[in-house]
Design a protein around this ligand. Sequence first.
Ligand SMILES: [Zn+2]
Length: 218
Amino acid sequence: MITREREDYLKTIYKLQQEESPVRTNSIARLLNVEPASVTGIVKRLAQLGYLEHQPYRGVVLTQSGERVALEVIRNHRLIELFLIDSLGYSWDEVHDEAERLEHAVSHQFIERIEIALGNPVIDPHGSPIPTEDGKIAPRTGTRLSELSAGSSGIVSRVSDDDPGLLRYLSSLGIHPGASLDVIEVAPFGGPIQIELGGNLHALGPQAAAEVYVELAS
Ligand SMILES: [Zn+2]
């Protein structure tokens, strides 16, 4: 039986691995909002249990069994979020914190029932792919809006799910998976990025734009 804390570590390392590998202890500490010293102890234990490999001075990489646990927790999380919205009437910005708790508590059977009840969905409400029961996940696609240049256009493929305030803000601008947008102007030196969406112009700060992923029109 794996504890909630260990599941959260494996999930966090999996997410960080999409950006850096090996994953540095400091990155884990920052994302989990804990001291680097406490990460070291838990990482050591997870390595002993065979969930990850610890490369001294470089960081950690999940083993196959560590990745399996991470994907199962992510699968639970994303199906629960969709269930809360589709079946219980939650709004977009309300589901993440509930899913953070429930993802550790639900049984395989419960999640499978949700999956069937929802018609075997493949993406969650924020546009992220839902891992399958046997631990497969579609590759993430899209480029951060903050990295696009003026003149590019595309469709929002996903947004970060963990900041309710940001989600309410994006929602107020009409930014959600499936929305199409054009980049009109990008201010230099980290200034705002101007987009057109649904006939309206919006200036988005770089911090918000970095949390929105866009599938570029070819
Ligand atoms: Zn979430």
